[in-house]
Design a protein around this ligand. Structure first.
Ligand code: G4P
Ligand code: NA
Ligand code: NA
Length: 194
């Protein structure tokens, strides 16, 4: 997605060899026009899949997910990382380990928003090791619903998440794919291999 690539080139800051800081449009300040385009692109790629829900995880997944769900005309659900005071319902819980943060978190979704007949599109801002996406997929599968695919704004293709998700049978659509962040430079997959 050219608009997103241009934004990454113009505003992304490489931290070390592994982390791309994009707090001017995705992780802190958010660019609503760009998010609308991101939502349209996911909706276009997953059109005809009969999606009934979009599922993400707080906080940075919420913006791309809500724009996608608006475009698809279905509700969006975000998994919570901290138990909500008012979440007294029957909840679905999964453990998600973060290699980046070296900690495990429990993510939760109220059972009342997911049903066996749901066809769910998982959306997230970054894909690194895939732990968050796998945790969301396990939540969907706990209720017997279907994961239609995984839509990612920025995939770090040099980390194993995309490959592991595809090997597990999930369709992964990433709007930009980063081959490397070596030497303080963003190299996109298409520029390296395609
Ligand atoms: P994984 O789910 O793919 O295994 O990723 P990981 O545990 O490494 O991710 C932990 C957090 O770090 C996630 O955000 C993820 O989006 C973010 N992250 C991973 N790699 C990058 C990167 O290169 N750049 C940026 N900016 N973020 C990255 P989170 O803690 O859930 O935060 P948020 O959603 O509240 O923003
Ligand atoms: Na994030
Ligand atoms: Na996220």
């Amino acid at each position: 997605m050219k608009l997103l690539k241009d934004k990454v080139m113009a505003e992304g800051i490489v931290l070390g060899e592994n982390v791309l800081k994009v707090d001017s449009f995705l992780n802190h300040q958010m660019d609503p026009v760009l998010m609308r385009e991101v939502g349209s692109e996911f909706a276009r790629r997953f059109a005809g899949e009969g999606i009934t829900k979009v599922l993400t995880i707080e906080s940075s997944g919420i913006a791309p997910a809500i724009m996608t769900s608006l475009e698809l005309g279905v509700p969006m659900i975000f998994a919570r990382k901290h138990k909500s005071l008012t979440l007294k319902d029957d909840i679905l819980v999964e453990k998600v380990y973060s290699f980046t943060k070296r900690e495990s978190n429990e993510i939760t979704v109220s059972r009342k928003f997911l049903h066996p007949e749901d066809r769910v599109l998982i959306i997230d801002d970054f894909l690194a090791n895939g732990e968050a996406a796998f945790g969301l997929a396990r939540i969907v599968e706990q209720v017997g619903a279907s994961v239609v695919g995984v839509g990612i704004v920025i995939e770090k293709s040099f980390q194993p998440g995309a490959r592991l998700l595809e090997e597990a049978g999930y369709r992964v659509e990433s709007l930009v794919r980063i081959a490397s962040l070596e030497n303080g430079t963003v190299a996109f997959v298409e520029d390296v291999h395609e």
